[in-house]
Design a binder for this molecule. Structure first.
Ligand code: TK8
Length: 336
């Protein structure tokens, strides 16, 4: 931290002496704090390093990204607030926690929306994903690219979940998002919204019985140490979004912004590849850890889907017909 403080102090002195004469399109030195919620040894952590390295390479070391894992700069919502306030430059986190800023991001919490990663990529990287990102700008955030958390599965300490009724009474942590809360309440769970950064200890101390996340995240967060059952529900696909502070972004010139965008795309592609290649390995490690793992039949998944349909309809109305129609059309397009 001392080193960072020193670098900023140097930058301030330079400014005070008078702005050095940089050409309008010249890449100038910048320090970028990039925060994320998962452990360093995770798909997020590895992709953050790719991002930092690529940015350094593209800018000949001028755009210096420092990465901070394990929510050491704060939970996802806390980091978003820091970006909006201009006291942190960048982060990657769940789209689910952006609903307080742009409510329409809640569409990605609709259960059983995407059938596979290919559909998710097409919608997120296409005009629909860009449209939601553009809504952030008035709110002090710039969305750059979507990374992949992936299809979420349930873990808990009580029992295997093979059908919707098995969720009854399970105290389940959900993301801080009204759609997720309503979905799991409707399925009979005792759903509790909580920051991801508090989740491990809540599971360990029994404040909650369970949670839901993709297998890579379950593995890299060591939830197998405090959870017995893993049920492969794949009930929703969770994107992550790479965000920049608008206050800070607006001070960058187009050349600098372009390089950051370029590096973010490289990191996105590496992250998705790593995530997809790693999920079989994560599953094997979770099996090895002694977790009791069960598949859920298509018939039971259909019953879950039917149970939560009223929640999807309620929020579709709330977000406006045009948004949900556009989303469904984009998915249809991706299905070809
Ligand atoms: C990590 C979170 C996490 C998300 C959650 O910062 O909160 O459960 O799935 O991966 O973004």
């Amino acid at each position: 931290m001392f080193k960072i403080a020193k670098m900023f102090a140097t930058a301030t002195v330079l400014c005070a002496v008078g702005s050095p004469a940089f050409a309008a399109d010249e890449v100038r030195p910048h320090n970028i704090r990039f925060g994320y919620g998962l452990n360093e040894d995770s798909v997020q952590g590895r992709a953050a390093l790719v991002f930092a390295e690529e940015l350094g390479r593209l800018s000949s070391g001028k755009l210096r990204m420092m990465t901070f894992g394990g929510a050491s700069l704060g939970s996802d919502p806390q980091m978003q607030a820091a970006l909006i306030g201009g006291v942190q430059e960048m982060m990657v986190g769940s789209t689910a926690t952006l609903v307080g800023t742009v409510k329409e991001f809640g569409v990605f919490d609709f259960p059983f929306l995407f059938n596979n990663e290919k559909e998710a990529d097409a919608v997120l990287d296409g005009p629909f994903g860009a449209k939601l990102m553009s809504k952030l700008e008035d709110k002090g955030l710039v969305g750059l690219v979507y990374w992949e958390n992936g299809f979420r599965n349930l873990t808990n300490s009580r029992r295997s979940v093979e059908k919707v009724e098995d969720l009854s009474g399970i105290k389940l942590r959900v993301m801080q998002n009204q759609v997720a809360l309503d979905v799991f309440k409707t399925m009979g769970a005792n759903a509790v919204p909580m920051a991801f950064s508090e989740l491990f200890s809540a599971l360990e101390t029994g404040v909650v019985d369970g949670q839901e996340n993709p297998v890579n995240t379950i593995q890299s967060s060591k939830f197998y140490e405090v959870q017995k059952y893993l049920s492969l529900t794949k009930h929703v696909y969770s994107p992550w979004i790479v965000l920049a502070s608008k206050k800070w972004w607006d001070k960058l010139n187009p050349a600098e912004q372009g390089l950051i965008h370029q590096a973010a795309v490289v990191a996105r592609d590496a992250e998705r590849k790593d995530n997809r290649a790693g999920s079989a390995k994560a599953m094997a490690a979770l099996k090895e850890s002694g977790m009791v793992i069960n598949a859920v039949s298509d018939a039971e998944l259909d019953r879950m889907r039917a149970a939560v349909q009223p929640v999807v309809e309620k929020f579709s109305k709330e977000y406006g017909e045009d948004i949900t129609k556009e989303l469904m059309a984009a998915i249809k397009g991706a299905r070809g």
